[in-house]
Design a binder for this molecule. Structure first.
Ligand SMILES: *Cc1c(COP(=O)(O)O)cnc(C)c1O
Length: 350
């Protein structure tokens, strides 16, 4: 088969959730962010494994994601929607008991009119200027909103992956000013905020990337291995070139393996001539440009060994290593992993 294999370790995800849960006090609940199909790893599988581990509060970006998740995990757990209540979402939110995090007076009005008495949360902007009500807006409506009993009042940190950034303390202060005394459960922290310490934890945390093995959770267990099958192997003479644009030229006799995966699978073209793949513990440099469906890799030094697969992600090269080479972040590496990979799950819930 020319299908590459994406191995996903559900036990590593639940171990990461438990470790992040243990990083906050016993009175703090730990949710799980499974937006964008659990950062590309499969929201249904991931959420079911986390349910078994004890997670009861899940976060998605859009109501449609919440609807799919509700069908997979059943009635009990809470599903919060960061995007709030958009026009057209009323049936999904009402019928599937999703909790929209209402971001504006417009969303508040829409929700109270369409679904009076239905659960909701409130998202506040403490300086990121992305989602949520601003201090003045919140001050104008809080006395109407609070008696309706929000399930959660939350905000989001812009710089939590930089512990020394003054923005963290600034947002914490603003969040306190906006929410001290509200009575409803509060939430401020994603993965980075959990690691900033107890001042940032409030009632509920919302880790995402840390569950999936990414920075800033440095102690995370790696979650993914990506193995690409070799379609063909050929020997080049000095002076021969590899791939589109002749961007690599053999200086010596070279053996090139052609692998089945490319930029259509989320292996960005920025990695052309930049990245290594791995045969066990041995590095094999990518030669030439990344194509849509193919990579060309130097395996000269592997000699007569049988080479059927090379790993792009694995124990020697994690998502953040790859992100550093590609000039992006682990989040983007994970969420770009394409639909063509055969996803193999290992561990409890696989
Ligand atoms: C994506 C997101 C999270 C999770 O963030 P991580 O950095 O992946 O832990 C939490 N809260 C909000 C509002 C988000 O958008």
């Amino acid at each position: 088969m020319a299908r590459a294999d994406l191995h996903i370790d559900l036990d590593a995800i639940t171990a990461n959730w438990r470790a992040l849960d243990a990083a906050s006090g016993a009175s703090v609940q730990t949710g799980a962010v499974v937006k964008a199909d659990a950062y590309g790893l499969g929201a249904v599988k991931v959420a079911r494994a986390l349910l078994d581990a004890g997670a009861r509060r899940f976060f998605v970006a859009q109501a449609e994601e919440g609807a799919e998740l509700r069908q997979a995990i059943g009635e009990g757990p809470e599903i919060y929607v960061f995007g709030g209540h958009m026009a057209g979402d009323g049936d999904m939110i009402g019928n599937l008991r999703l909790v929209p995090m209402l971001n504006s007076v417009e969303q508040l009005t829409r929700h109270f009119e369409a679904l009076p008495g239905a659960p909701f949360g409130v998202q506040l902007d403490t300086g990121m200027n992305r989602l949520g009500m601003e201090p003045a807006e919140w001050a104008a409506v809080r006395d109407i909103v609070l008696p309706a009993g929000p399930e959660l009042v939350m905000s989001h940190l812009a710089c939590a992956d930089e512990p020394d950034h003054p923005m963290n303390a600034r947002q914490l202060k603003t969040f306190r000013q906006m929410t001290d005394g509200v009575g409803a459960p509060r939430s401020l922290s994603a993965t980075g905020g959990i690691l900033l310490g107890p001042d940032y934890h409030f009632a509920l945390t919302r880790p995402g990337i840390g569950l999936y093995g990414g920075r800033p959770f440095a102690d995370a267990r790696p979650v993914v291995r990506l193995s690409l099958p070799v379609i063909q192997i050929r020997d080049l003479q000095p002076g021969e070139t590899v791939g589109y644009g002749n961007s690599w030229t053999a200086q010596a006799p070279t053996r090139i393996a052609t692998l089945s995966a490319g930029y259509a699978d989320g292996i960005t073209r920025h990695l052309s001539n930049q990245v290594d793949l791995w045969h066990g513990d041995t590095r094999c440099p990518l030669r030439g440009r990344v194509s849509m469906d193919l990579l060309t890799v130097d395996i000269t030094h592997l000699g007569a060994q049988s080479v059927q697969y090379l790993d792009l992600l694995g124990p020697d090269q994690g998502v953040d290593d790859l992100a550093d080479i590609a000039g992006t972040i682990g989040y983007e590496i994970l969420t770009q992993l394409g639909p063509r990979y055969a996803r193999h799950y290992a561990g409890q819930g696989a």
